[in-house]
Structure formats: structure tokens, C-alpha cells
Design a protein around this ligand. Structure first.
Ligand SMILES: Nc1ncnc2c1ncn2[C@@H]1O[C@H](COP(=O)(O)OP(=O)(O)O)[C@@H](O)[C@H]1O
Ligand SMILES: CC(=O)OP(=O)(O)O
Ligand SMILES: [Mg+2]
Length: 404
């Protein structure tokens, strides 16, 4: 039997998203999500292809338990991890540093490097590691592949990747801008070119990945030339719980005058800032609902979010010189039409216009929301990090099989 299935695990700080795909035809056999891992009540939602979703609420202490629960759900549909049809398991790994520019088969040295990078991705890399180790224990014979969030951004020129700090200090501590969500930026920039009927080499695209974590990228002819996240996923846009850009002196001030420790400030900026810090909610649906009721702090949080987003659109327009498309993606970008409308409002001089009717359409398909003949295409392009990870994983595993 030829094995053509790939299981993809996207382990976040408190969640695991997963998909089982058959790469012979790209079909999805099952997908699901474990949320609120480590909290009192966690939730597992599993959806087999063509079947009804099953939901389970209970305590799931950590990512190890989460993955075992996922394996059990898959077994109930006859899709267990013991299946000989499984060719590989693909893992999203958030921080790959400068070293990993391609998807990589995981061995002990790769695991050690992912572990070494924990200080610069404390919310993500530990969860990724647990996912990998549990998967290895369940199927030690299978290739496990790491697909790095940072890989797509390794093409950034030094002028964009370096901070303007003392070079020796930066080099000693490997301080540079790595960028994240690269799998999504790669997938969406390619899909945007396709939507325009062009090849990726022909187009310049600004991708706005607006999920709970959010980042922008400038993609020239298929290669990333700048992105908004930096050494860690804290820099850049206003996010659900992260501050994004800020004068770094705020940190010294909080230490010296506020008496806060480095760990406390880390938690403040990563988990208690952004939209949740500004108005108490990090879900854009809830923020829009409150704005409709006249809530002023929700309105201010929205305005700050949009102001930052607009600055990045302008900045990346300048970086690229010519822009063919601006693509909105991820939870907020795909669903929140008021965010898309507000982000490009007033940018007509740059050729950026959103058509109200097109913007209001709800769909899972890539689509244009700019009027016909607009100078710059504005698009909504749903991301599919799991499909992209599966595609890269399968190509790597089958490629190396053909060599042997
Ligand atoms: N219908 C919607 N309208 C507005 N915002 C939405 C909608 N659905 C999801 N979102 C936003 O998307 C966010 C989650 O995005 P997602 O890309 O799944 O994030 P992550 O991968 O970081 O968990 C939610 O926090 C919420 O703000
Ligand atoms: C890197 C990052 O911010 O990821 P996420 O949006 O999944 O938190
Ligand atoms: Mg995400």
C-alpha cells in the first residue's frame, strides 16, 4: 500500500489545531481543535470529512494529553495514528531562528535547536516540542517534519532584518528580526497571485495576517522582503493580547519607576496588552458588538488597531514601490469587514479602494473586494497553514524516498 496521508499538528500556546490530509488528491479526512489546554475545562472539537462534528469538554492538562485525545478521536473514525497509510506527521514550529530555511526532517539535533530557541518563543516553541515528542512516541517509525514560521522570512535583506543596535551585541545574542506566520504569508501571497491570474514572480503583495497573533509582510515577486514581527512575535501590529510596536524605553520605565520584573513585563506585553489590554476583549466580534452599542473603550481599541495597520500598509507600499495587491487573511482579516474597510479608508491616492458590497460578501473562497479596474487589488484570501504544512511535509518525505 502506498502511504499518502499526512497528519498536521499546529500546536499553539494553549491549543492544538490538526488536520489529516490525503495528499494523493489533497482531500481532508478529518480536522479539529483542542482549546483551553491546561485550564479547568478544555474543549476538543473533531470533524471527520462528511460526518458530524463531535465535541468533548473536560480537563486536558497539557499538549501531551491533548495529542493523545486527538489520536483517540481519529481512531474512532478508523483514521488512527497506527494506520499504515500515514506517510508523515508535519509540525508547525514557530521559531526556527536563522538556521532553518526549509522544512526539515526532525532528529535529535533539530529538537535540540528548537529547544535552544525557547527563550525567543516562550509561548510557542515548548508546545511545538511537546507535540513532536508525543507524536514520536506514538509513531517512532514515521518521519516527523518541522515546518517553520520563520522560514519564509529568511529572504529578508539585512537592511530589514537587522535592528540598529551595536553589531557585536546583536551578533553575540543572535538578535535580529526573524518574522513569523511565514507559512501563512507564503501560502496567501501565492494564492493572491493565482487570484490575479499571475505567477508569484510577477506580483508584489502586502499580506495582512490578522488572527489573534497578527503580522504584515511585504512580498516582492514571491520573496519576503520585510515583515512586522521581529526577534519574537511581539513586534509590529496591535494583536489580541500583544502590544506590538512600542518605544523600548517603556520597559526600562516600568522596571525603574514601576518596580516590575522582566518576567512581569513580558507577561504584560504578551498576554495583557493589545486589544485585551485596551478594552478587556481580544475577540474582534465582541469589540464590534460593543462599538455598535456605543462603547468608547472598544472604539478606541479598534481605532488604535486600525491606525497601526494603516501605518504598515503605507510602510510596505514604500518598501515595495509598486503594489499589485493587498491581501487580508486569518480570523480577523477573513471575517471582519469593518477592519478591512477602515484599514484602507483614505488611501485612494495610493490606488487602494474597497467596494462596500463586495466587502460585505461572506465566503470561504479567495475573492477581490476592490472595484473592477482598481489600480491595486484588495483581496480576502483565506489562509490554510495546515494544508501548506502538509504539502511541504509530503514533498520533503516523498522527495527523499525517490532519492533512496
Ligand atoms: N466572524 C468574525 N468576525 C470578526 N472577527 C472574527 C470572526 N471570527 C473570528 N474572528 C477573530 O479571529 C480571531 C482568531 O483568529 P485565528 O486566525 O483563528 O487566530 P489564531 O490562529 O491566532 O488563534 C478571534 O480572536 C477573533 O478576533
Ligand atoms: C507566531 C504567532 O504569533 O503565532 P499565533 O498567531 O498562532 O499566536
Ligand atoms: Mg494562527
Amino acid at each position: 500500500m502506498t502511504s499518502s496521508r499526512v497528519l498536521v499538528l499546529n500546536s499553539g500556546s494553549s491549543s492544538v489545531k490538526y488536520q489529516l490530509l490525503d495528499m494523493s488528491d489533497g482531500s481532508r479526512l478529518a480536522m479539529g481543535l483542542v482549546e483551553r489546554i491546561g485550564e479547568e475545562t478544555s474543549r476538543l472539537k473533531h470533524t471527520p470529512a462528511g460526518g458530524a462534528s463531535r465535541e468533548w469538554n473536560g480537563s486536558i492538562a497539557d499538549h501531551d494529553a491533548a495529542l493523545k485525545a486527538v489520536a483517540e478521536e481519529l481512531s474512532r473514525d478508523g483514521l488512527g495514528l497506527d494506520s499504515p497509510e500515514l506517510a508523515a506527521i508535519g509540525h508547525r514550529v514557530v521559531h526556527g531562528g536563522k538556521h532553518f530555511t526549509e522544512p526539515t526532517v526532525i532528529d535529535d539535533a533539530v529538537l535540540a535547536e528548537i529547544e535552544r530557541l525557547i527563550p525567543v518563543a516562550p509561548l510557542h516553541n515548548p508546545a511545538n516540542l511537546t507535540g513532536i515528542r508525543t507524536a514520536q512516541a506514538l509513531r517512532p517509525d514515521l518521519p516527523q517534519v518541522a515546518v517553520f514560521d520563520t522560514a519564509f522570512h529568511t529572504t529578508m535583506p539585512e537592511s530589514a532584518a537587522r535592528y540598529a543596535i551595536d553589531v557585536e551585541t546583536a551578533d553575540e545574542h543572535r538578535i535580529r528580526r526573524y518574522g513569523f506566520h511565514g507559512t501563512s504569508h507564503a501560502y496567501v501571497s501565492r494564492a493572491t497571485a493565482e487570484l490575479l491570474g499571475k505567477s508569484p514572480e510577477e506580483v508584489n503583495v502586502i499580506v495582512l495576517h490578522l488572527g489573534n497573533g497578527a503580522s504584515a509582510s511585504a512580498v516582492r515577486g514571491g520573496r519576503c522582503v520585510d515583515t512586522s514581527m521581529g526577534l519574537t512575535p511581539l513586534e509590529g501590529l496591535v494583536m489580541g493580547t500583544r502590544s506590538g510596536d512600542m518605544d523600548p524605553a517603556v520597559i526600562f520605565h516600568l522596571m525603574r519607576v514601576g518596580g516590575m520584573s522582566a518576567d512581569e513585563i513580558d507577561t504584560l506585553l504578551n498576554k495583557k496588552s493589545g486589544l485585551i489590554g485596551l478594552c478587556g476583549d481580544n475577540d474582534m466580534r465582541e469589540i464590534r458588538r460593543r462599538i455598535d452599542e456605543g462603547d468608547e473603550s472598544a472604539q478606541l481599541a479598534f481605532d488604535i488597531y486600525i491606525h497601526r495597520l494603516k501605518k504598515y500598509i503605507g510602510a510596505y507600499y514604500a518598501v515595495l514601490g509598486r503594489v499589485d495587491a493587498v491581501a487580508f487573511t486569518a480570523g480577523v482579516g477573513e471575517n471582519a469587514s469593518p477592519v478591512r474597510e477602515a484599514a484602507v479608508a483614505g488611501l485612494e491616492e495610493l490606488g487602494l479602494v474597497v467596494d462596500g458590497e463586495l466587502n460585505a460578501v461572506r465566503s470561504d473562497e479567495p475573492r477581490l473586494i476592490s472595484p473592477e479596474h482598481a489600480r491595486v487589488a484588495v483581496a480576502v484570501v483565506p489562509t490554510d497553514e495546515e494544508l501548506e504544512i502538509a504539502t511541504q511535509t509530503y514533498a520533503l518525505v516523498k522527495g527523499s524516498e525517490n532519492l533512496t
